[in-house]
Design a protein around this ligand. Structure first.
Ligand code: AMP
Ligand code: ZN
Ligand code: ZN
Length: 366
């Protein structure tokens, strides 16, 4: 920490923090006022209505979306729907072909783009959903991801993400997530997978498991569910926002966004597809509590989140041991400026240590 006696704010941080997995995603943490990027001071407020007659994602308007791909539960009133995206960014035909001229290269925009209507209540926040609903939502993400990988071998990555609120780029106010399945592995996922493989080759240990261990300060023990054997000795420390039996929510040391939080399974697991129902139930509660903390501290969180999981196993042999799936939550409280665009460095004006402390301090009912 670059604190000097001359600093007006004793805990001011002014340092470049290197992302240990993907160094190109590094961050300038600059808490001094003069360094503040333009703030999204007054993001358009989010729509908190529970039903909107004209909304295509509200109950009763099911005919205003393209064909339904999945309805949960299958019979009776739906709780979650997956539909084709009316304006997909990728299309299902033609088959992917390459194109190049001179230095320019392109491949056809083949893939799938689907919308998940997360909840029947139009403007409900994640922290307002009940745990059983979030459990269902996480299981639905998983079953759709599996179905897409099974149905089309050309899809190399299935990205599940959510934009919530205008500050996060959402064009639809009704709470929803999306799936974009692409014929290429996105570069940032590729970088995470290959960099963590390199770390594994050198240290014979998963870098994400190491980060979990390092984020902690009091000793505790994780046991294997089946064998009862000690899986790992870990500690609970200043970067830990929430911790449950199976998951941890961490404030990254090199957080790109002021209130960024990552959620990871405590036990090493490379693919989201391997999470079981008990994991989903535990994740639902931890996720809801983490979002409640964010919402309390930021005052109406508008955010993006996305799932990073191991791509198809045959694409990255050995990544089972070295990769560790996780969810990245990126609340949007500032607007990237020319500095970010020109340097590739994210500027974060809130020290991750103080942000973690504020998030931990929120008292939640259960
Ligand atoms: P976002 O822009 O993040 O709010 O995502 C909303 C998505 O919903 C966009 O990708 C739109 O293309 C899509 N969309 C908008 N209207 C409809 C509709 N009636 N049925 C299905 N998808 C829609
Ligand atoms: Zn709606
Ligand atoms: Zn791991």
């Amino acid at each position: 920490m670059s604190t000097t006696p001359a600093d007006k704010e004793p805990r001011a941080v002014r340092e470049i923090r290197i992302n240990p997995i993907v160094p190109s995603e590094s961050v300038l943490v600059a808490t001094a006022r003069s360094m503040r990027p333009r703030k999204a001071e007054d993001p358009a407020p989010r729509d908190t209505r529970s039903h909107v007659d004209t909304c295509p994602f509200c109950r009763g308007n099911e005919d205003q979306t393209p064909p339904e791909l999945l309805r949960v539960p299958a019979d009776g009133e739906w709780r979650i729907r997956i539909v084709e995206n009316l304006y997909p960014v990728l299309g299902s035909d033609p088959a992917p072909r390459g194109l190049s001229f001179g230095l320019q290269q392109a491949i056809d925009g083949y893939g799938r783009h689907e919308v998940i209507v997360d909840h029947a209540k139009h403007g409900i926040g994640i922290h307002e959903m009940d745990d059983s609903h979030l459990h269902l939502l996480f299981s639905t993400y998983q079953s759709r991801m599996r179905a897409l990988y099974d149905m089309d071998a050309r899809l190399r990555y299935v990205l599940v993400f959510k934009n919530f609120g205008p500050a996060a780029g959402a064009s639809m106010a009704h709470t929803h997530s999306q799936i974009i399945a692409t014929p290429v592995v996105p570069q940032n996922v590729h970088d995470e997978v290959t960099h963590s493989q390199q770390y594994y080759q050198k240290h014979h240990h998963c870098i994400f498991c190491t980060l979990i261990d390092e984020a902690l300060t009091f000793e505790t023990t994780i046991y294997d569910r089946e064998s009862g054997e000690v899986v790992r000795q870990i500690n609970v420390g200043q970067y830990v926002v929430e911790r449950s039996e199976r998951f941890i929510a961490i404030k990254p040391f090199a957080s790109r966004y002021e209130w960024e939080v990552h959620i990871l399974p405590l036990k090493h697991e490379a693919s989201y597809l391997d999470a079981d129902e008990a994991d989903m139930a535990d994740l639902a509660r931890l996720f809801r509590r983490t979002m409640a903390r964010l919402d309390a501290v930021i005052g109406g969180a508008q955010y993006n989140f996305f799932l990073h999981t191991r791509p198809r196993s045959n694409d990255y042999p050995g990544s089972e041991a070295s990769y560790h799936w996780h969810l990245e939550i990126c609340p949007r409280t500032s607007i990237p400026t020319g500095f970010e665009l020109g340097s590739g460095l994210f500027v974060n004006t809130v020290s991750p240590e103080e942000a973690a402390e504020s998030l931990r301090k929120v008292s939640l009912p259960d």
